[in-house]
Design a protein around this ligand. Structure first.
Ligand code: HEM
Length: 535
């Protein structure tokens, strides 16, 4: 008999048992006595709001529901989960920061372990293992320590200028290269020369294959972990095959840069990086196996956490500059005033460029790369106002909603760095970049990310003009401003994590300071021969 038939039957029975167990849970849930969920769209019996859950423009949708139901917190349910989305900054600070002990967990997704993603710090639950990893991140990525990566950031930014000089029409590709190669260089000193690099391809494949499996409903393995034992060759066992492929790609994405680093260290050719510094330490004062494995886990996490978010924010920057020429001009005038047009900006110029700082804040406000951050899972029952959230409720901070709150940011859909200035012309103190999230799970690399974004914004504006591309008759081609939501862990029904990206069809032209790039290239080449750093 064809093995597919018993398998299909088995899956049908399992599916039915989920439905029945959900019905029993719904029936037995002691809700009314303990309090209610916040308001939200009316759920259907059993499947809840599964059909309502937005897939595109998610931040906007939850904000709209918040307005419609006159609430700061929106509740929806799906077949498997209750989800609470926080639309107001004050509520996020209250729950995710003041009550962080309950609100810092991540959901338990069985398939994560199978595809090797349980070593990703961003996805670990808030137990001892996560705390140990987070402590190391804190030591190496805090504001002070983050400065040790500035040489790499500067070099990569200038390499991007060099690439733009030769073929500006490929700016989107170079932007991807910039974001990807920075992570690999910071973590392993690994040089990514093209997006066809085997480590980058493995990483992208791991994310592409793994993401759909990790969302609720992505695979039955998350509901019935024993299904992982069904071999991949069994007809219908699609998830099992994807799991095997995802796990292989995750291992490759870790193995390739690590082996490369070990080889370079043995040859005495390794440039300083997070992992090479660990090896130095291990060889001098010693280090435990646990510390070694945490180092690898963090390096792996940074690639996944830093690359796409930076690509997203850089894409927003290009779009906003092309769409707002007056802002662009003002920022360029500030840069030229400070550098005198005689050198490219570097990190020592940051404080002297308040308007550029405001541009950076506005880019991160306008289109936060993770509009709903990363899902939290409530680790204990909680009461808030007259609501009750049972343990396991999924909590999302709607960063998009908070950065488009009209009470705080009037005309939120207008790109306006001026909103970050006081009437006296000084930068205001609204310097909290909500795009990095909240509380104990706030982005562990926020200071590095801030420097990366600042240096790329400053470097490009110093050297290039960004405008609408022209058609064959010389007319502006309208910018594609589609805010493309795609998910690392997002999708179809429940968003675990929603990553957004702007792809615009801008045109990049040289500015006056362009010869500086050429002179930098000469200095860089000269220095690279000796110590791989610019003088
Ligand atoms: C524009 C760039 C970036 C953005 C917008 C961003 C945003 C975020 C957000 C929203 C979270 C989840 C926070 C939460 O749950 O409240 C996060 C987590 C994380 N990010 Fe970033 N990130 C960026 C770049 C980076 C970089 C450069 C690094 C490392 C060098 C990094 C490392 C991490 C890590 C390790 C976590 C997990 C933290 C944890 O769960 O404890 N990120 N990031």
């Amino acid at each position: 008999m064809d093995i597919a038939i018993p398998l299909a039957l088995c899956l049908l029975i399992l599916g039915l048992s989920v439905v029945v167990s959900k019905l029993i849970q719904q029936f037995l849930r002691p809700r009314k006595s303990q309090g209610r969920y916040p308001p939200g769209p009316k759920p259907l019996p059993l499947i809840g709001n599964t059909l309502d859950v937005p897939v595109k423009g998610v931040g906007e949708k939850y904000l709209e529901w918040g307005r419609r139901y006159n609430t700061d917190l929106v509740h929806i349910s799906t077949l498997s989960d209750h989800i609470v989305v926080i639309n107001k900054r004050e509520v996020a600070e209250e729950l995710l920061e003041k009550h962080a002990a309950k609100y810092s967990g991540r959901p338990d997704i069985p398939v994560l372990k199978l595809i090797g993603w349980d070593c990703n710090v961003a996805l670990m639950d808030n137990g001892q293992e996560w705390r140990n990893h987070r402590r190391i991140c804190q030591q190496h990525f805090n504001k002070q320590a983050a400065q040790s990566f500035q040489d790499i950031q500067l070099n990569k930014a200038r390499k991007m200028l060099q690439s733009l000089l030769s073929s500006p029409e490929n700016y989107s590709l170079y932007s991807n290269m910039f974001s990807t190669s920075i992570s690999m260089a910071m973590m392993y000193g690994y040089e990514v020369e093209s997006l066809d690099d085997p480590a980058v391809k493995a990483a992208n494949k791991s994310i592409e294959v793994g993401s759909p499996l990790t969302i609720p409903g992505g695979t039955l393995i998350n509901v019935f972990p024993f299904l992982r034992h069904i071999p991949g060759w069994v007809p219908g066992a699609v998830s099992q095959r994807q799991v095997a492929l995802g796990a292989f790609m995750t291992r490759e994405m870790q193995r390739i840069p690590l082996e490369d680093l070990k080889k370079r260290m043995a040859e005495g050719k390794a440039s300083p990086s997070f992992v090479s510094n660990f090896f130095e330490k291990k060889n001098t004062v010693g280090a435990s196996d646990e510390e070694e494995s945490m180092t690898y886990n963090i390096a792996h996490t940074v690639y996944a956490a830093a690359s796409d978010t930076t690509i997203s924010a850089t894409g927003t920057f290009f779009y906003c500059m092309a769409a707002n020429p007056a802002v662009q001009k003002k920022a360029q005038e500030e840069i030229d005033r400070i550098t005198g047009g005689s050198q490219l900006p570097d990190f020592s110029d940051r404080e002297a460029m308040p308007y550029l700082e405001a541009v950076y804040r506005e880019v991160m406000r306008y289109r936060p790369p993770l509009p709903l951050t990363v899902s939290r899972s409530l680790s204990e029952d909680d009461h808030y106002r007259d609501y009750f959230f049972p343990k396991g409720t999924l909590i999302f901070a709607n960063i998009w909603g908070m950065t488009h709150d009209e009470d705080v940011y009037p005309e939120p859909d207008v790109f306006k760095p001026e909103r970050f200035f006081n009437v006296d012309g000084k930068l205001n103190d609204n310097d909290r970049i909500m795009a990095f999230g909240f509380g104990r799970r706030i982005c562990a690399g926020q200071h590095i990310a801030s420097s990366t974004m600042w240096i790329i914004i400053a470097s490009i504006l110093a050297s290039f003009n960004i405008s609408n591309a022209k058609d064959e008759f010389g007319n502006d081609i309208p910018l594609n401003d589609e805010y493309d939501d795609f998910g690392l862990l997002a999708q179809e029904n429940d968003e675990m994590l929603d990553l957004a990206k702007v792809e615009c069809s801008a045109k990049i032209d040289r500015r006056g300071t362009v010869e500086l790039i050429a002179s930098w290239v000469a200095v860089y080449m000269e220095a690279k021969g000796s110590n791989n750093r610019i003088a």
